[in-house]
Design a protein around this ligand. Structure first.
Ligand code: ARG
Length: 462
């Protein structure tokens, strides 16, 4: 049954019915729709806009519907226009004419954005948990790898030695910022729009603050036109989700590289890998590849809504119905990606020896040889030149710098002494970078400590 049949002489074309309907997407907000209606009905009763008896009957009717929808006794009718119409008509079917009073002083325009805000608030809390779980695994893996030396890269060329903990903690920082963005998004989602009506509020003495309080919103929206046509909070959520995916995707790319025979820095657990139908030797990092691929999908959801919104005059227009499909798709994709990625990371095996060997083979201590000369009085630019020549010689002889004898080194600069070998040992290179943010044990322990504090403070605020 249509909520708006009165004005029409003819039924809707079947195709238009399908085209117009959003129930297959928005039915997942049935709980939030009922929550919103419960708060609305109770306010209407409180303010004597509808009789107390009506408000009570609506409340018990809605609670019954909620129970029956939860346990699957009521099946959602997919021919309904949307979840709002479905629940309202089910209510009237259950309690009779009192059900027809529920929509007093309300429009689907303020109702739908209320429901979506309620839904998104819960989803953001869950999303934050999922990111925090990933942070916990990063904390655990970093703690296990404080001394695991690996090559750090720039331009995908071996650059300077770092540790695996240092590398993982870089991602921990990204996810800390993501959690900050989830909190920010939550703040702006946490505004109550009901009472804005179709666009210009209503003539009834409604109490919007009471509804906000009952629904746990920290404030109400201020302008009714904006309230019904604002989807910034959805776009903000999609942009937060896109950044999370961007971080997961970069991480995935590294995981994929590290799994190759060429790198062989890690091995993924069998439970998080897949095989090939033709090549028996293969063990593929499909999870990481899928996360990388699904990132495109989430960006698509963001661009969808930015584009949908860009030409819409005030106030509500039906274009905006497209918001939910994009948001739900992004939320589902990111949630599944985060959970799977976290499990994959937790169970991966770190091949510490291979990482160390790789760091030793790429002249990653060349900067330290130059620094050694500088500390003995040579200007950095000259030291850089000398070490460049040493590297060239090493490439020719197929040797590491530390494999050259002191006499050989002295042919490049008489300043070299026996202490050079200790100074350019990879663990010295790491430990000497003892600046805040660096790879030394002390610096990494500080980063780990901060991460631990961050996780605990987030859990306390929960
Ligand atoms: N299903 C609609 C949506 O998701 C609900 C609002 C409809 N309002 C209207 N005036 N047709 O946006």
């Amino acid at each position: 049954m249509k909520l708006w049949g009165g004005r029409f002489k003819k039924g809707t074309d079947e195709l238009v019915n399908d085209f117009n309907s959003s129930i297959n997407i928005d039915s997942r907000m049935y709980k939030e729709d009922i929550e919103g209606s419960l708060a609305h009905a109770s306010m209407l009763g409180e303010k004597q806009i509808i009789p107390k008896e009506a408000s009570e009957r609506i409340t018990s009717g809605l609670l019954e519907i909620l129970k029956r929808m939860d346990n699957g006794v009521i099946e959602i009718d997919s021919t309904s226009e949307d979840i709002h119409s479905f629940i309202e008509s089910t209510l009237t079917y259950y309690i009779g004419d009192y059900g027809k009073m529920l929509h007093t002083a309300r429009s689907r325009n303020d109702q739908v954005t209320l429901d979506l805000r309620l839904y998104l608030k819960k989803a953001l809390v869950n999303l934050k948990h999922d990111v925090l779980n990933l942070e916990e695994v990063l904390l655990e893996k970093s703690t296990e790898n404080i001394e695991t030396i690996m090559p750090g890269y720039t331009h995908m060329q071996k650059a300077q030695p770092i540790t695996f903990a240092h590398h993982l903690l870089a991602y921990a920082e990204m996810f800390k910022r993501d959690i900050g963005r989830i909190d920010d998004t939550y703040k702006r989602t946490d505004e109550m729009p009901l009472g804005s009506g179709a666009l210009a509020t209503s003539t009834y003495p409604i109490d919007r603050n009471l509804v906000a309080k009952n629904l746990g919103f920290s404030k109400i929206t201020l302008n009714s036109l904006d309230s019904v046509s604002d989807r910034d909070y959805v776009i903000e959520a999609l942009s937060t989700l896109s950044l999370i995916m961007m971080h997961l995707s970069r991480f995935s790319e590294e995981i994929i590289l590290w799994c190759t025979g060429e790198f062989s820095f890690i091995e993924l657990d069998d439970a998080y890998s897949t095989g090939s139908s033709i090549m028996p030797q293969k063990k593929n990092p499909d999870v990481a590849e899928l996360v990388r691929g699904k990132t495109g999908r989430v960006y698509g959801d963001l661009i969808t809504l930015l584009t949908v919104m860009k030409g819409i005059p005030l106030a509500y227009n039906k274009d905006m119905q497209e918001d939910k499909e994009a948001l739900f798709d992004a939320l589902d994709t990111v949630t599944l990606s985060l959970k799977t990625f976290t499990g994959m990371l937790k169970t991966m095996k770190v091949k510490k020896d291979n990482m160390k060997k790789s760091a030793a083979l790429g002249f990653t201590n060349a900067t330290d040889v130059a620094d050694y000369l500088v500390k003995k009085g040579i200007a950095f630019r000259n030291a850089h030149e000398i070490v460049g020549e040493i590297v060239l010689e090493c490439i020719k002889k197929n040797k590491m710098i530390e494999e050259l004898t002191l006499d050989e080194l002295k042919t490049f600069s008489p300043i070299f002494d026996e202490d050079v070998y200790k100074a350019i040992d990879l663990s010295t290179c790491v430990e000497e970078r003892n600046v805040i943010g660096g790879p030394s044990t002390q610096s990494v322990k500080l980063q780990i400590n901060e991460l631990d504090k961050f996780i605990n403070s987030m859990k306390e605020n929960d």
